[in-house]
Structures are given as structure tokens and as C-alpha cells.
Design a protein around this ligand. Structure first.
Ligand code: FAD
Length: 392
């Protein structure tokens, strides 16, 4: 964007290393060139642009986050953050595709997998030769999944038998593998499985009629006596603690989605305000319109600085659950406010997909509720600061 339309008001870009800055700008150019021109059409058709998978392979971004051995690079959180922000600045659905694959699915194997499993899957996932999904939520159990998971697994010799349903599972309609979390009938502990698309007993239906993130394909998975070999059980995933470790790694990434989405909405609004004429002058000249823009920019700037510091804490290995939850709560709320102001600034045209802010407006509703709803993340922070858990 030209300097006058720049959603980085406090120059967070100047805090990045030359390598991080180069990657940020590469992702920005990719999103503007490859995604922006096609995304409204896919969004309207309720379909993920699979043509992007090959292009993501060429972009070769995951190698900046996972090294050759499959370990996270020293500045993985900052890189994940700024690249997630750049993606969401153009489109949140694309960011979610990437986050589910490179975040939730790959981190599950990183944290829960054995050395052999890491070697088997992570290099191919890094190159987008294998696409991953993450199956935790169920049709009847969302926020309470740590306590109320109903999907079960039962060991029979060298095979596990899985039964249950998973709901909302991003990428699952076309992914090669889905990480499925299930409760062991024997010891009642949650275990993780790498379920391949052609596993007998595994089937997926696409969830229709969404009003947000329509270009993400969310699946409703049925596991009916789905047989998975012991070798595809995540060997180091021993309880829900492992699942929680994965979610801790990715929650900050969702906070960055809110930052990027708000940043995109602000930049689109400033550009629109400068060229839309009413009463013989650009609407940017009106005081009330400037007020809308300044509120948006304040939100964006506060979110960026908060998340940048959070990423530094994460890379230093000291970020807590509560710190990640606070960022998720704050950014989702501020993003919701910002996209509503952007919609307002565009007048009636703000409800047309053509100007993009309508898509940001709708997509923010998903950011608000996934990876821990606003209420649940609030309660996580509330518990930490008061010493009292208020979940039940
Ligand atoms: P519920 O848990 O039913 O909550 C309903 C309302 O009750 C919310 O407002 C909630 O905050 C409130 N509530 C619940 N409990 C409490 C409490 N104790 N105190 C106060 N308020 C409470 N899941 C996956 O496993 N994989 C995915 O890839 C995935 N992708 C998703 C993509 C999208 C677009 C969406 C919308 C969801 C996705 N999810 C995924 C699921 C997501 O994580 C859940 O939607 C989320 O955890 C909330 O669960 P729920 O929707 O069942 O809401």
C-alpha cells in the first residue's frame, strides 16, 4: 500500500529483522496478487480455492516456521504472526486454511507424534503434498470438549477402533489426513490419531449455509468403526494435556487473524474515503468520517503492538495460556468493532462483497467464536487474575 494508506502506523515493520520483513512483504504480494482477485467468487460459491494449494507450495512459507527436522524455528511465533496478519489483511478464509494445516495439524504431530511420525509427515506437509485437518469439536460438544468428549477409541490388537462425530473441521472435505482426538474406553484418557482419508469407516460431509468464512470448507466427520493402526496413533499424546498444548501454540495465531482482518478493513476504508465524493468533496474530509478512521486505526495499532509482544514471549518460550487468551479476547472484540466501522464508512456499498469489507464483517464472526469463544477465553484470563475458576 502507498504510505498514506498504511495500517502499520507505529511502524511495527521496523521491529522486524530483514529476513522477517522480506517474508512479510512476500506474503503481502502473494495475497494481493493470487488471492484478492479470486476470493469473493469462491466465498460466494462456498468453496475453498484449491488452485491456491500449488501456489502455497511455490511460496514455500512453512519452511520458515518448521526447520528440516520438523522443529519450530527460533522466531516461528513472530513469523507466524506477521504472515497470518498479512494473509488475514486480504482474506481470513485463506488464513484459516493455512492455520489449520500448518498450525493445528502440523503442531499436533510435532507435539504428540514420535520421531518417526514427525519424519514421516512433517516434511511432506511442509511442502503441501499432504494436507492436514484437526478434528476436536463435536456436534454436541464445543467449549466443554476437554470434559465432555464423546468420540471413543478402543484398542483391538494392533488396531484402534474409533466411533463418534466431529463437527466444524476445517479442510476436512479435501485433506489427506485429519488429526482426530478420541477418548480411550479403557483408561478414559484422550488420545490423538492420524486418520487417513481412505481409512475404512471415515466419512465427511461439507457443512453448508455458513455466513462467515465461506471459503473455508468445514466438515462434519462420521467415524463408524473407523479402524486406525497403532502406528498412526500419536505416540506422545497421552491425555487432553497434549491437545491443550497444541491449542496454546495456535491460539495466538487466531489473535493475529483479528489484527490482519481489522488492518485490511481500515486500509480499504481509508482508500474508499479518499475517493468517494459526496457534497462535492471526498468523504475523508468530513469530521465524522475521520472519527471512524481514527477509531479503526487506534484499534489496529493497539492490536498489532499487543500481538507483537505476545509473539516475542512465545518465541522466548515463556508465553502463558492467559496471555494468549487475553490477546484472542481483545483482538476479536476490537476487530469486530473495526469491521463494523468499515462497513459503516462504506455506506450502502459496505454490504456488497465487491468492496471486501462485507466479507471482513462476516468473517469476523467466526474469529470471535473459534479457538475458544470470547467467553471461554475471558474466563481463562479471569481465572488467572482472580484465582477463581468461573467455568461452571
Ligand atoms: P458452545 O460451546 O455451544 O457455546 C455456545 C455459547 O455458550 C458461546 O457463547 C459460549 O461462549 C457460551 N459458553 C459455553 N460454556 C460457557 C461457560 N462455561 N461460561 C460462559 N459461557 C459459556 N473445531 C475443530 O475441532 N477443528 C476445526 O478445524 C474447527 N474449525 C472451526 C471453524 C469455524 C468457522 C467455526 C465456527 C468453528 C470451528 N471449530 C473447529 C469449532 C470451534 O472451536 C467451536 O465452535 C468453539 O470451540 C465453540 O464451541 P461451540 O460452537 O460448540 O459453542
Amino acid at each position: 500500500a502507498p504510505p498514506e494508506i498504511n495500517g502499520d502506523f507505529y511502524d511495527i515493520g521496523a521491529l522486524l529483522t530483514p529476513r522477517q520483513r522480506e517474508i512479510q512483504l512476500r506474503v503481502r504480494a502473494f495475497m494481493e496478487r493470487e488471492v484478492e482477485p479470486i476470493i469473493n467468487d469462491y466465498w460466494q460459491r462456498d468453496e475453498f480455492p484449491k488452485e491456491l494449494i500449488g501456489k502455497f507450495r511455490e511460496l514455500d512459507l512453512i519452511k520458515e516456521i518448521f526447520d528440516d527436522e520438523g522443529n519450530r524455528t527460533p522466531d516461528a511465533a513472530v513469523l507466524e504472526g506477521i504472515t497470518g496478519m498479512e494473509m488475514a489483511r486480504v482474506d481470513v478464509s485463506t488464513t484459516t486454511f493455512f492455520g489449520v494445516h500448518a498450525g493445528l495439524a502440523m503442531c499436533s504431530i510435532l507435539v504428540g507424534g514420535s520421531e518417526a511420525q514427525r519424519r514421516e509427515w512433517l516434511p511432506r506437509m511442509r511442502r503441501f503434498e499432504v494436507i492436514g485437518a484437526f478434528g476436536l469439536t463435536e456436534p454436541e460438544v464445543g467449549s466443554a470438549i476437554s470434559q465432555g468428549m464423546t468420540t471413543t477409541c478402543r484398542r483391538e490388537g494392533d488396531t484402534w477402533v474409533l466411533n463418534g462425530e466431529k463437527y466444524w473441521i476445517g479442510n476436512a472435505t479435501f485433506s489427506d489426513i485429519t488429526i482426530v482426538w478420541a477418548r480411550d474406553e479403557a483408561d478414559n484418557q484422550v488420545k490423538g490419531f492420524i486418520v487417513r482419508r481412505d481409512n475404512p469407516g471415515f466419512s465427511v460431509r461439507k457443512i453448508a449455509n455458513k455466513i462467515a468464512l465461506r471459503a473455508v470448507e468445514n466438515g462434519h466427520i462420521t467415524l463408524q468403526n473407523c479402524r486406525v493402526p497403532e502406528s498412526d496413533r500419536l505416540q506422545n499424546a497421552t491425555s487432553f494435556r497434549t491437545t491443550a498444548d497444541v491449542l496454546r501454540m495456535t491460539r495466538a495465531g487466531v489473535a493475529w487473524q483479528g489484527v490482519g482482518c481489522a488492518m485490511g478493513a481500515y486500509e480499504k476504508s481509508l482508500a474508499y474515503a479518499q475517493k468517494r465524493l459526496q457534497f462535492g468533496r471526498p468523504i475523508a474530509n468530513f469530521q465524522l468520517v475521520q472519527n471512524l478512521l481514527v477509531q479503526m486505526l487506534g484499534n489496529v495499532t493497539a492490536m498489532q503492538t499487543m500481538c507483537f509482544r505476545l509473539a516475542q514471549l512465545q518465541d522466548a518460550g515463556v508465553m502463558t495460556d492467559e496471555q494468549a487468551s487475553l490477546a484472542k479476547v481483545f483482538t476479536a472484540k476490537r476487530c469486530r468493532e473495526t469491521v463494523a466501522l468499515a462497513r459503516e464508512l462504506h455506506g450502502g456499498k459496505g454490504i456488497l462483497l465487491d468492496h471486501h469489507v462485507a466479507r471482513y464483517f462476516a468473517d469476523t464472526e467466526a474469529i470471535y467464536s473459534y479457538e475458544g469463544t470470547n467467553e471461554i477465553n475471558t474466563l481463562v484470563v479471569g481465572r488467572a487474575i482472580t484465582g477463581t475458576g468461573a467455568f461452571v
